[in-house]
Write a protein that binds this ligand. Sequence first.
Ligand code: PGA
Length: 255
Amino acid sequence: MNKTLRKAVIAGNWKMNKTPDETKALIEEMKPLVKDADCDVVLCVPYVDLYAALEAAAGSNIKIGAENCHWAKSGAFTGEVSAEMLAAVGVPYVIIGHSERRQYFGETDVTVHDRVRAALDAGLTVILCVGETLTQRKQNITMEVIATQTKIALAGVSAEELKNIIIAYEPVWAIGTGETATAEQADEVNGGIRALIAELYSQADADAFVVQYGGSMNAKNAAELLAKEHVDGGLIGGASLKAPDFATIVAAASK
Ligand code: PGA
């Protein structure tokens, strides 16, 4: 199958940036710039900005997501937000397993799996992040690391449920560092993820599966990365906080 048959997804990851008022202003600025996109456009924002984002994006082609969710439906988990709560406020997307969660907040492959399960059960679409550290790349175990993260996260996920999952390949060494994987490196790992999906599910499922690249993707390098066969979009951090840059990336992903 040719990549032109997959619809690219460009998702912003705002991380811990923007107040509700700033959220409204940025989305208002983005709306006219991305309105003709021929790809899916998603903005993942902090929990407190979700209402403002949903309101500002209403009626536009921008979809809203959260940056994490808990695995339990409710309970004694101070400071956490459940997938059900996100669904209840009308949020369709959620990022799970971002490397900053793994690095700074003790996320493990198992808790990532549990959060994926909860998000699917709540009817959310998951942007599942996987990626190797620089040490792991130097040790030539990139694909093993990615395969382990992916297999654990997807354990028990049916082929039907897989339609609600996107994988974002994000090499840890490329996130927020200005250092981007080359288009070839991104394509190689993204292709490896697709081959793994074919092995775990079917070739047809793999052909339809969206695999994004993330890690210092910006207005300058997006077109080259997105031209690669297995790069079906991007998860964009820093550049998603600037409307013209984000719009340039969206335009590059639009066929
Ligand atoms: P970056 O972040 O684009 O700022 O490198 C990407 C991400 O962490 O999702």
